[in-house]
Design a protein around this ligand. Structure first.
Ligand code: SF4
Ligand code: SF4
Length: 325
């Protein structure tokens, strides 16, 4: 009860990031329209930060950074955001998924709508759930192996400087603006599945979620239950969007915990469920947790700007060349 403010606060932060993502998308759309018009449409500057939606490019950038020692100038913000997300989830569980990621926000909106509609959420049986959860790790392995291991340094360099990578953000935007065929059907199926099942894309298919989930196991903060105060009501287990049986845990180590605080916010026994540091003594307050999630995420981008690894080095004439048909 005494953590009830955490859910409105988290949802407000989620929606701020979602609206900010839309703003970045609108800016990119205006910029591309200007370039494709050959410079005759109204000029809208491209906003750096849209690279948050290019994790594969960021992974190639990471390999390039490791092999060459330099952060590339094509999409430096992509690597900065990627590393920031890893740092946030290492320190604060998979909080990126439940506080910042726009896909997580839309997914939560859908399963809550489904819950209102059907008055329950469906938990897929274990024999489906476990293999499906493995799918995101297979996707992650595929990307890690093909980029970090199989890609030679010269291939990395040529990918980073390729026209394909330079326009990766534009291609992604075009993909969503002209959805049809199998991709459209897949997205519709995922949207429908997200009504009865909680966060199916994040749980089964997102390789980014798989990566930050593994990193989050090392997080020093975890949901911690105090057996002597807990009244075994089961509410924490019921409200968990990741289907974690919180009531049966002393400390939630699961890589599926997205640090959403729903279990803590709904717990009726004060002190039974807290976010605690390793050692189970130090309680992390909700406000501190929220401030750290937002502060670290913005701090990463500020650090990127301060060190000159934020703005793309692609100049306007090059964008005009690449985008004018
Ligand atoms: S255990 Fe608690 S914080 Fe973790 S995902 Fe479930 S409800 Fe959210
Ligand atoms: S909601 Fe709180 S009191 Fe109820 S089972 Fe979970 S930890 Fe125990």
């Amino acid at each position: 009860m005494y953590h009830r403010f955490m859910q409105p606060l988290r949802i407000a932060i989620q929606w701020c990031f979602l609206l900010f993502s839309l703003y970045l998308g609108v800016r990119l759309f205006g910029f591309v329209r200007y370039c494709r018009s050959g410079g005759t449409a109204a000029f809208v500057p491209r906003a750096d930060g849209i690279e948050a939606f290019l994790p594969i490019s960021a992974l190639v950038s990471l390999k390039g950074w490791i092999t060459s020692g330099a952060i590339n100038t094509i999409h430096p913000a992509g690597l900065v955001i990627f590393l920031t997300v890893i740092a946030v989830c290492w320190l604060l569980k998979r909080s990126f998924c439940s506080w910042i990621c726009p896909v997580g926000t839309l997914s939560e909106l859908l399963w809550k709508a489904g819950f209102r509609l059907f008055r329950r959420s469906v938990r897929p049986p274990r024999w489906i759930d476990i293999p499906l959860r493995g799918a995101k790790y297979l996707l992650l392995l595929f990307f890690l192996w093909s980029i970090l291991i199989a890609m030679a340094p010269d291939q990395v360099a040529s990918f980073i400087t390729s026209d394909y990578n330079k326009l990766a953000d534009v291609r992604l935007m075009d993909f969503f603006l002209h959805l049809n065929g199998i991709p459209l059907i897949t997205i519709i199926v995922l949207l429908i599945a997200a009504l009865p099942v909680r966060n199916p894309f994040c749980r089964y298919l997102c390789p980014y979620g798989a990566l930050v989930g593994l990193v989050s196991v090392l997080s020093p903060v975890k949901v911690t239950r105090e057996r002597t105060i807990c009244v075994s009501c089961g509410v924490c287990t019921q409200v968990c969007p990741s289907y974690i049986p919180v009531m049966q845990k002393d400390r939630v180590f699961s890589e599926e915990c997205i640090g959403c605080w729903r279990c803590i916010s709904h717990c009726r026994a004060e002190g039974a469920l807290e976010m605690k540091l390793t050692g189970r003594r130090v309680v992390v307050s909700g406000l501190v947790f929220a401030a750290l999630v937002v502060g670290l995420f913005w701090g990463g981008s500020l650090l990127g700007r301060a060190t000159g690894h934020w703005h793309t080095g692609i100049q306007l004439p090059e964008y005009l060349r690449l985008l004018t048909y």
